[in-house]
Write a protein that binds this ligand. Structure first.
Ligand code: 5GP
Length: 186
């Protein structure tokens, strides 16, 4: 049976990764979106085991010690990581697996799994990104500024990705992603 492929989907917070992925999953079957673990608090409406596995710092450290993570990183003030076992399970079942993770994690996956396809989603501009982050209203101004600072650093890594997709319009970004995934299936 054909094995699935591993995709890393990265881009600054506010670039629209969630929206684009949601659409991609609705339009292209056979893709599994990995559920990450994090130590940050759930946002309103986020469910444990659906959007993230919400762990305490102690539980997260325990997983690190067990070497359960394919990759993990500290982003702004919290830990985020991808549990390796469910990813490998889906890939061996023939599903393409998408990791929606930050650049630090992307570089770890690239080193560990050189066959992973790295996609970077970029906002049309930093001004647009700032507007989206503030408009979302889920973070305090202090956190928004920290995320913008992280975004500036993250944008410098674009060149190390296999594909860069500009999220000017969601339909365009989704269309390009679909082509990438279907193209890699051959
Ligand atoms: P948020 O708090 O907005 O859900 O996520 C903040 C950042 O953490 C985003 O850039 C997101 O892509 C990243 N992130 C989410 N899950 C993971 C993960 O498992 N590993 C890494 N390295 N980053 C992650």
């Amino acid at each position: 049976m054909r094995k699935g492929r591993l995709y890393v989907f990265t881009g600054p917070s506010g670039a629209g990764k969630g929206t684009v992925l949601h659409e991609l999953l609705a339009q292209a079957p056979g893709i599994f979106l990995s559920v990450s673990a994090t130590t940050r608090a759930p946002r309103p409406g986020e469910q444990d085991g659906v959007h993230y596995y919400f762990l305490t710092e102690r539980e997260f450290q325990q997983k690190i010690a067990e070497k359960a993570f394919l990759e993990y990183a500290k982003y702004v003030d919290h830990y985020y990581g991808t549990l390796e076992a469910p990813v490998d399970e889906r890939i061996s079942e023939g599903m393409d697996v998408v990791l929606e993770i930050d650049v630090q994690g992307a570089m770890q996956v690239h080193a560990k799994r050189p066959d992973a396809v790295l996609v970077f989603l970029t906002p049309p501009s930093l001004e647009e990104l700032a507007g989206r982050l503030r408009g979302r209203g889920t973070e305090s101004e202090e956190k928004v500024l920290k995320r913008l600072e992280a975004a500036r650093r993250e944008l410098e890594y674009q060149a190390q990705f296999d594909y860069v997709v500009v999220n000017d319009r969601v339909e365009n970004a989704v269309g390009q992603l679909k082509q990438i995934v279907l193209g890699n299936r051959g």
